[in-house]
Design a protein around this ligand. Structure first.
Ligand SMILES: *Cc1c(COP(=O)(O)O)cnc(C)c1O
Ligand code: SF4
Length: 436
């Protein structure tokens, strides 16, 4: 008998989605004032959004939407755009400008928002002189794979640096169908132990499609490959993917085939707020995934207006551990898009991390943060200290383009405005070790 028959859905859950074009049809949107609705319309031209019935009905607190993190996570906020650009777009919309004109203005504004940060485009692996456009190999052990059919999400996060990928701007989209090329590359690169499926969200793809990728990888029987990772926000945005979708049990079987083959499967779950852990649906989905032998690790950026609250983080990590998940990363917001709205200084971020970290048990302290996923590598802010009467940042590479940098603490001059690695200057040296 099929192991997963017991988890088969009793009834399937209809996935209903709204975008900037259709959001006025969301029944709860009537809670907003006419002005608030217009603001969303304007912002939606620059920050495309997408929200589904689970997020609307189960996650957003409509009685308190002005303060609600999940509302701000899914609907673009006025502070995300400068007044100049907001007014420009508002005028176009008020005057019912032609679509062409709106699109042109929108693309111009988007380009000023730095849609491709931290050299995302510069880590494309090369195989026999040919670029693998749908993959990235930056750190020795881990290769990123962007399956073509996973380049969207069940809902979009307003802070997301990947939004250019979803909006059809030319040349920014990583995509590759040929898993065969990935396999050939992995054969040539025995240093790679981890293959990370990412997106968008690879779990938007049909189980059948995902199975095609996984079957090919398992059949290749690569001796170096130890771990398959899946980066996904589905547990937060559409937990029914693992319980009620028509092909939910098929997906769990694919997971099981990975662990049965002796590989470890690590589900990298994105949770931005403890509210995303409150439903029965997420608890059931978590259980179903863990029953396949997969581990679930969690990560999130730290964002102003969304989750800049140490107690919330501490409670979220505790709750994740209670549910059988492993807290993994707290990221700094990237230098992109609406960074002025979401960004926190390194000092603010470190303070929040420390306040949260110091109040949880060692079991939750698997988490590392705050971490900047920057051009030279993943840099953790270990703290601020005083040396010879002067304040300094102490930083540490958790991942580096050059593995020799990892675990070698280094110093930067204290700067209370720094938001990112590029805002820092070296202390006790002419340059940072990665600047050679
Ligand atoms: C974070 C990241 C990885 C994985 O790093 P781990 O520390 O092993 O989780 C791999 N590649 C890129 C480009 C990354 O940003
Ligand atoms: S789910 Fe992930 S990739 Fe998708 S919009 Fe959110 S942060 Fe971006």
């Amino acid at each position: 008998m099929n192991k997963f028959t017991t988890q088969k859905h009793i009834f399937s859950m209809k996935y209903k989605v709204y975008t900037q074009k259709s959001f006025k049809k969301i029944p709860q949107i009537q809670n907003l004032s006419a002005e608030q609705i217009f603001d969303i319309e304007v912002l939606g031209e620059i920050f495309p959004f997408k929200v589904n019935n689970y997020v609307i009905d189960e996650l957003i607190d409509w009685d308190n939407f002005n303060e609600d993190a999940i509302f701000r996570l899914t609907f673009p906020q006025k502070g995300m755009l400068s007044k100049k650009y907001f007014d420009k777009m508002a005028e176009l919309i008020r005057n019912e400008a032609p679509t062409k004109e709106i699109t042109k203005a929108s693309n111009e504004i988007r380009l000023t928002l730095n849609p491709n940060p931290s050299g995302q485009a510069h880590n494309v692996p090369v195989l026999n002189g040919e670029e693998l456009m749908g993959a990235q190999h930056k750190y020795n052990e881990t290769m990123l794979f962007f399956p073509t059919q996973g380049q969207t999400c069940h809902a979009y996060c307003t802070f997301c640096f990947r939004w250019p990928q979803f909006t059809g701007l030319e040349g920014l989209k990583f995509a590759m169908k040929e898993v065969d090329l990935v396999i050939a590359y992995l054969k040539k690169h025995p240093e790679v132990t981890d293959l990370l499926f990412t997106g968008g969200d690879p779990m938007v793809m049909k189980s059948k499609v995902f199975k095609t990728y996984i079957d090919a990888i398992l059949e290749a029987d690569l001796p170096n490959l130890k771990t398959i990772r899946i980066g996904s926000k589905t547990l937060a945005y559409w937990p029914y993917r693992y319980t009620k979708d028509d092909d939910a049990s098929e997906l769990l079987e694919v997971f099981r085939s990975i662990t049965d083959a002796g590989l470890s499967l690590s589900f990298m779950a994105h949770f931005n707020h403890i509210s995303e852990l409150k439903t029965a649906a997420v608890a059931q989905a978590t259980k179903a995934i863990r029953e396949t032998g997969a581990n679930i690790r969690t990560q999130s950026p730290l964002l102003k207006h969304l989750n800049n609250d140490a107690d919330m983080w501490a409670n979220m990590w505790r709750k994740q551990v209670d549910m059988g998940m492993i807290p993994y990363y707290m990221f700094m917001a990237r230098e992109t898009g609406a960074q002025e709205y979401f960004g926190l200084t390194l000092e603010e971020a470190w303070t929040i991390f420390r306040d949260a970290y110091s109040q949880v048990s060692g079991i939750c302290r698997t988490v590392r943060g705050p971490v900047m996923s920057a051009n030279p590598g993943k840099v953790q802010v270990l703290g601020i200290t005083e040396i010879n009467g002067e304040k300094q940042y102490v930083l540490n590479f958790l991942q580096g383009r050059n593995p020799k940098w990892v675990g070698q603490p280094f110093f930067a001059k204290y700067n209370d405005k720094a938001l990112w690695l590029s805002d820092l200057e070296p202390a006790f040296a002419d340059k940072f070790m990665y600047e050679d």
